[in-house]
Design a protein around this ligand. Structure first.
Ligand code: GDP
Ligand code: IMO
Ligand code: MG
Length: 430
């Protein structure tokens, strides 16, 4: 029981990166188990902001081993850029980052297909980050994906060429040519060359059988933290399908994405924001298309860490959180960004939905139903700056009541309260 897990409970961007970065100093290993460069996990090195996409957020703890697990999809080009950023900050990721041989690789072809698929969707676009996530996972299940381990033998180029042949036909069938799309603003052919160059960076790292490495670490009583990407409501099975990502962002994804047994899991931290945000399309029952939503976006600086897109904003959604706590077996809650609400007289909370005149306290199957009306209840704001308070006892009474409200509704302790983006802006309750 020495694996702890940290998961997002909403639609991503709950502040997972900050918390993992902070907690990583207490762990021997931090491992990503799903998702890929669609993730954008923000950490702060003193005043300097750094956004990680593929590399676990424990990378800045020099004594912690970071692992990219088998369940992740990795784009060597984006990986190369992340490594450069870390090296510029005087980190030496070559010494504490290991990559699973079973990790699937995102090729430029996957990014082309992501773009082509979204273009064809017209009105029903998913709002993908266009990082090639869904085509890469689709190829994994179509059993023609390319894996990191293939780089070590001679099959890599042959597999790429075969995939390119297949994709070229597919893209044509969709009514496009490969040259119709640019990737990172670069023509396809040129991008492919750069992408191949970046494989050299990947080769500088140690490829491992991560399932063996991690299970040995479990036997040797090492402390391991599994870092989730995205959030429960973006899970391919339990999220707002089809407006989801293409991996299991929930607890089951940890066992599959690292090759570890459920019995090794101890704490499951669930991170949620004091309000809700969503980037991309899809249902969002508590969304505020008004000046309240604008206020949250501005005060919370809600712009995507990966794509820069404005995030849609709304009040907190308790039925959705209950769903996430249940699916993941959350043991401890972590609330972030309450400080964004510091100045508000009144904060609203959705405890139930009304659907066709009936009250629902749980997330319904059909979230896309336009007839879902959130029932908002007002609670008093605390009207004070909490961003530099360092113990629970020192918080304003109204803020303590607000935290207790979540404990009552979700029946789990709020163990960590984040009051700002920096590491030191964190209050531990136990
Ligand atoms: P992640 O994807 O879950 O890691 O979250 P992101 O990094 O995409 O987005 C969270 C944003 O909120 C980042 O800009 C963080 O620096 C910031 N952040 C994290 N925790 C807090 C907090 O408690 N208060 C405030 N104001 N910002 C926070
Ligand atoms: P982190 O780890 C927020 C969203 C996209 C889109 C949908 C599908 O930073 O919390 P994809 O590129 O996966 O095919 O996009 O999922 N999405 C995220 N939203 N945070 C993320 O990651 C996300 N990763 C994907 O915006 O709506
Ligand atoms: Mg993010």
């Amino acid at each position: 029981m020495n694996v702890d897990v940290l998961l997002g409970l909403q639609w991503g961007d709950e502040g997972k990166g900050k918390i993992v970065n902070l907690l990583s100093q207490n762990y021997d290993i931090v491992a990503r188990f799903q998702g890929g460069p669609n993730a954008g996990h923000t950490i702060y090195l003193d005043d300097k902001k750094l956004v990680l996409h593929t590399i676990p957020s424990g990378i800045t703890s020099r004594d912690t081993i970071n692992i990219i697990g088998n369940g992740v999809v990795l784009d060597p080009y984006i990986f190369h850029n992340e490594i450069e950023k870390l090296k510029n900050e005087n980190f030496t990721p070559n010494s504490n980052l290991l990559i699973s041989r079973r990790t699937h690789i995102i090729t430029p072809l996957h990014r082309l297909l992501d773009a082509a698929s979204e273009r064809l969707r017209n009105q029903s676009k998913i709002g993908s980050t266009l990082k090639g996530i869904s085509p890469a996972y689709a190829d994994k299940y179509l059993r023609r994906g390319i894996r990191v381990g293939d780089i070590e033998n001679n099959s890599f180029l042959t597999k790429f060429k075969k995939l390119e042949e297949d994709y070229s036909k597919l893209i044509n069938t969709m009514g496009f040519n490969m040259s119709d799309f640019k990737i990172e603003n670069i023509e396809y052919e040129l991008f492919v060359q750069k992408w191949f160059d970046s494989i050299n960076t990947l080769k500088e790292f140690k490829f491992i059988d991560s399932e063996i490495y991690i299970n040995n670490a479990i036997s040797n009583k090492k402390r391991i933290l599994a870092e989730g990407a995205q959030g429960t409501l973006l899970d391919i099975d339990f999220g707002s399908y089809p407006y989801v990502t293409s991996s299991n962002t929930t607890i089951g994804g940890v066992c599959i994405g690292l090759g570890i047994p459920p019995s090794s899991i101890s704490k499951v931290f669930g991170v949620f924001k004091a309000y809700c945000t969503r980037v991309g399309n899809g249902p969002f029952p508590t969304e505020l298309n008004n000046e309240e939503g604008e206020y949250l976006r501005k005060a919370g600086n809600e712009y995507g860490s990966t794509t820069g897109r404005p995030r849609r904003c709304g009040w907190i959604d308790i039925p959705a959180l209950k769903h996430s706590v249940m699916i993941n077996g959350i043991t401890d809650l972590i609330i972030t960004k309450s400080d964004v609400l510091n100045e508000l007289d009144t904060i609203k909370i959705c405890k139930s939905y009304s659907i066709d005149g009936k009250k629902h306290r749980h997330l319904p199957y059909d979230l896309i139903n336009p007839g879902i009306i959130p029932d908002f209840e007002p609670v008093d704001g605390w009207k004070a700056d909490i961003s530099n308070i360092n113990s629970f006892n020192n918080f304003p009474e109204k803020f303590k009541e607000y935290i207790k409200l979540f404990e009552k509704e979700l029946k789990k302790p709020v163990s960590i309260i984040s009051t700002g983006p920096k590491k030191e802006q964190t209050v531990f309750r136990q």
